[in-house]
Design a protein around this ligand. Structure first.
Ligand SMILES: [Fe+2]
Length: 243
C-alpha cells in the first residue's frame, strides 16, 4: 500500500482503495446506449427498469463472465440485497434480445442493426466508433444515444482504470511520483483524451466527444466494496440464467 497526500487529494475517495493498494486514474460509466430511432430517452430511467417486461426482447448485454456485468450486478446487490438483485437479473435475462455474445462494441453494433433497442455499455466504446476511420462504424455511432441511468437515486455505475505499485518494485519512490504525476491536471487530460474516459481529478480537461454525452451523477460506492460482493454477483447471475 502507498500513502500519498497528492494521490489522496487528487483522487476522490470512492475511486481508490481504502487501504492504498490501488488508485483509479480514469473512470468510465456503464450507461444505457439506445437506438435513437426506436427509443425515446424519456422511457429510460434505471438499471432496475431494464428488468421491466416492457423491454422484452430488447436488451443487449455481455455475458456474466465479463467483469463489467459482474461489477454492475455487484453494485445492485449493494443497493438492494441479494434476493431483489436475483429477481432483477431474472427479469433482465427474460428481456435479452439474444443470448449474450461479444464485447461492448458488439452490443452497440447490435443496437444500431436493430437486434435490440438498448445495450449496457461503457462510455469509452462509443467515442471509438464516433472517431473511427471506418464510415460504417461512424454510421453505427450516429444511431446511438447515451443515457445515464439512476440519476434520481444513487447515480450511474462507474468502473475505473487504475494502478498500484508492486511490493517488489525496485524504484518505489519514482513509482509513487509517477502515479502522482498521472493524477495531476496535465497528465489527467492527456490520459483521459487517449482512452476516451473521464478523468478522476475534478476539473481536469475532458475529451470533447466524451463531454458531449453530458454530465452525470455517479454511484460513489467504492470499487473495493464491489469486489467484495462480486462472488455473490456471479452466483446470482448464474441462478438467473445469465449466460
Ligand atoms: Fe473495456
Amino acid at each position: 500500500p502507498i500513502q500519498s497526500e497528492t494521490l489522496s487529494k487528487n483522487i476522490p475517495e470512492s475511486l481508490r482503495d481504502p487501504e492504498g493498494y490501488w488508485f483509479g486514474l480514469t473512470k468510465r460509466a456503464r450507461v444505457i446506449m439506445y437506438n435513437k430511432d426506436k427509443v425515446d430517452p424519456n422511457e429510460l430511467s434505471t438499471y432496475e427498469d431494464l428488468a421491466n417486461p416492457k423491454w422484452r426482447g430488447k436488451v443487449l448485454t455481455r455475458s456474466s463472465s465479463n467483469v463489467y456485468s459482474q461489477s454492475l450486478t455487484a453494485s445492485i446487490i449493494l443497493a438492494h440485497g441479494i434476493p431483489e438483485t436475483e429477481q432483477w437479473a431474472r427479469g433482465l435475462v427474460a428481456n435479452f434480445a439474444r443470448p449474450p455474445e461479444g464485447g461492448d462494441t458488439d452490443q452497440i453494433k447490435a443496437v444500431a442493426a436493430g437486434v435490440g433497442d438498448v445495450a449496457l455499455a461503457n462510455t469509452y466504446y462509443l467515442p471509438r466508433l464516433i472517431k473511427s476511420d471506418n464510415p460504417e462504424e461512424r454510421a453505427v455511432a450516429e444511431k446511438i444515444g447515451v443515457f445515464f441511468p439512476n440519476q434520481q437515486d444513487r447515480g450511474t455505475h462507474v468502473n475505473i482504470s487504475g494502478a498500484g505499485i508492486l511490493k517488489t518494485a525496485p524504484n518505489k519512490d519514482a513509482a509513487i511520483q509517477f502515479l502522482e504525476f498521472l493524477s495531476g491536471p496535465e497528465a489527467q487530460a492527456i490520459f483521459a483524451q487517449s482512452n476516451n474516459e473521464y478523468p478522476v481529478l475534478p476539473g481536469a480537461e475532458i475529451d470533447s466527444v466524451v463531454a458531449s454525452f453530458g454530465t452525470f451523477k455517479e454511484d460513489t460506492i467504492n470499487a473495493a466494496s464491489i469486489g467484495r460482493v462480486t462472488p455473490d454477483a456471479l452466483k446470482v447471475m448464474d441462478r438467473a440464467g445469465w449466460k
